[in-house]
Design a protein around this ligand. Structure first.
Ligand SMILES: Cc1ncc(COP(=O)(O)O)c(C=O)c1O
Length: 391
């Protein structure tokens, strides 16, 4: 990432708003116009320039959401960005925008659970079928392509398994078969990888995580190519999936330090990974050790790594794993990640769900760590004392 971009993030709101350092929070439902002529002019401008900045009603946003959209559009190097009330809202909007009854989706096997439930179960009732491919065997993706395939949905790395895929190969398969593509890029964010620049049509980020960075707001972002812009715009209007101005403000505020925080998350994670790699009963699911396929694929496409990692722990006794997790003092136990603080989650076997290509043996257990911005030596000392419970 060029230093100019780091500078842009610090001054981002000012670039689109030239008064105070921070943009004002414009809360609105009704927008008042001087006359009928004035409202017609705004509506005509909105037709001429659908990218935004012309509102006749605040469900379409206000200047606060518009500033965030502009910043994210630059960060993603995309045609435009839609902002949604949650990250999952962005996943839904991406899929809803481009698929219709009778269509088929091909998705990577390791997916964020709600995305898996949406594609595998919920959409079935709307006659939209999803098949899943092995992230490390793209022949299994090609095999699933039919005339009805509309969308390839990728999450990289995959939730739980942390599989990294050959994104370039996926894109060339999609291009050859004229299939649209979407990628959930919450883990890397466009600071480390820009899916639209790489060739994806849609790029999803849960802004709840690193964008806001302070665990105090939810939001989502859907960056789009020019090709799908009007489809997503139409779907956005019909679903009313729009981020509110207070949340947009908090996410804009978080973005100023995105690069600083992510660099530190990576630094801390590398130290923790180095420590954990000494233990034979722990398989690290994180791009740290050279030589593996996952490491190669990460290196090929990313300029850095964030703070979320998995530990596949070999242990006969589940209560020892629970004891390990419960003994951590600096890691809060709970869902989500991407904030300044460290978190831990024991992902029990039932949570792995219906995944075909990621299985846990009876004596294997999955623990997810989010490495926060604390002093890494404190985090390592905490993990060290908790590991004593792993028998
Ligand atoms: C990879 C991934 N995508 C999307 C989401 C959904 O984001 P949100 O919680 O903001 O709805 C999550 C949430 O954990 C996630 O981990």
């Amino acid at each position: 990432m060029s230093s100019s971009f780091k500078t842009f993030l610090k001054h981002a709101a000012k670039d689109f708003h030239n008064q105070s350092v921070n943009p004002p929070v414009v809360r609105a439902s009704t927008i008042i116009f001087k006359s009928t002529k004035d409202i017609r002019k705004t509506q005509a401008n909105a037709q001429k320039n659908p990218i935004g900045g012309h509102y006749d009603y605040a469900r379409q946003g206000t200047s606060t959401t518009y500033i965030l959209q502009k910043i994210l559009t630059k960060l993603e190097e995309s045609y435009n960005v839609f902002t949604t009330p949650t990250g999952f809202g962005a996943v839904f909007l991406a899929i809803f925008s481009v698929t219709r009854p009778g269509d088929e989706i091909i998705a990577a096997d390791p997916l964020y659970s709600p995305t898996r439930i949406l594609t595998e179960n919920f959409l079935k009732d709307f006659n939209i079928k999803t098949t899943f491919y092995n992230p490390h065997d793209l022949k299994s993706l090609e095999k699933n392509i039919t005339k009805k395939t509309k969308l390839i949905f990728v999450e990289n790395p995959g939730s739980n398994s942390f599989d990294f895929q050959d994104l370039g190969k996926i894109l060339s398969i999609a291009k050859k078969n004229k299939i649209l593509t979407a990628m959930d890029n919450t883990w890397g964010t466009p600071y480390f990888l820009k899916p639209i620049k790489l060739g994806f049509d849609m790029s999803i980020v849960s802004a709840t995580k690193y964008y806001s960075g302070h665990s105090d707001v939810m939001g989502g972002s859907l960056a789009v190519s020019k090709k799908v812009f009007s489809k997503v715009k139409a779907a956005e209007r019909i679903t009313g999936l729009r981020l509110g101005p207070d949340d947009a403000y908090l996410i804009t505020r978080g973005l100023r330090t995105l690069d600083v925080r992510l660099d530190r998350h990576r630094e801390n994670s590398e130290k923790v990974a180095k420590f954990l790699s000494r233990f034979k009963n722990i398989k690290l699911l994180y791009p740290y050790k050279k030589g593996s396929y996952n490491y190669k694929m990460w290196k090929k496409y990313y300029s850095g790594a964030s703070g979320l990692m998995g530990l596949k722990i070999k242990c006969k006794n589940i209560s020892s794993v629970r004891k390990f997790v419960n003994s951590l003092k600096l890691f809060g136990y709970g869902y989500s990640w991407g904030g300044f603080e460290s978190l831990v989650l024991h992902q029990e076997h039932r949570e792995i769900g219906t995944r075909k290509f990621f299985k846990l043996a009876k004596d294997e257990h999955l623990v997810r760590l989010h490495i926060g911005l604390e002093d890494p030596s404190d985090l390592i000392a905490d993990i060290k004392q908790a590991l004593k419970h792993l028998k």
